[in-house]
Design a protein around this ligand. Sequence first.
Ligand code: ZN
Ligand code: ZN
Length: 230
Amino acid sequence: MSILSISFLELCMHMIWPVSCPVCGAVGRLLCPSCLGDLMKNPPLPRCLWCSGTVPCGTHADTVPVHAGSLYGGDARRVILMLKHGGYRALGLRLGRALAEVFPVPALDVLVPVPLHRRSPRRYNQAEAIAGGLGEVWGVDVWSAARWSYDVRTRMGMDAAGRRALPHDVFEVDGQIAGLRIALVDDVCTTGSTLARLAEACRERGATLVGAFVSARTPSPWVLYPISTT
Ligand SMILES: [Zn+2]
Ligand SMILES: [Zn+2]
């Protein structure tokens, strides 16, 4: 990455706290283009959101395929942690653009990112940043149409067990989403629960789920609590 391709804010941050590529360690680089390319050169097969099985899913005719640029772990994990905790929104845009190069443009009307948790200390939504990169390349609008109904982290806890047990009413979705073909976007899919609850909420509002796109997904199968889709 050339110094001219980073934002003024990033430049200031770099002067105060020099960055290095989270993959190869090159100093002064947020993420080398070649490292980003390597990260997504072997995207894993899509998985059914409801059962993490292969798609098309033999169990769920209404499957929502989860498309990931890579498996979560190692370099992918380091990059996502830098995006979430390092303050580099541009990293999300770049991950989104890279994702858009990996997958053909689906037939859809709008991208809906997973919202930031209530009272999150983050200055930006990393899922929205990734959606921005995807939408830019695909020519699709991003609509932050969802929000958390309450502070789920204090109510349910932040561990994997708490996330799997997310209640069905955790998301509120704008009713104007009715009739639209949408794809959900998040930085990472680990338990599948967040995306599943958001998918349900969007469907209840009358949207058609085309799929979910994440920068990385867990290599492990995920087991959701019973979901009312058969
Ligand atoms: Zn690098
Ligand atoms: Zn399934």
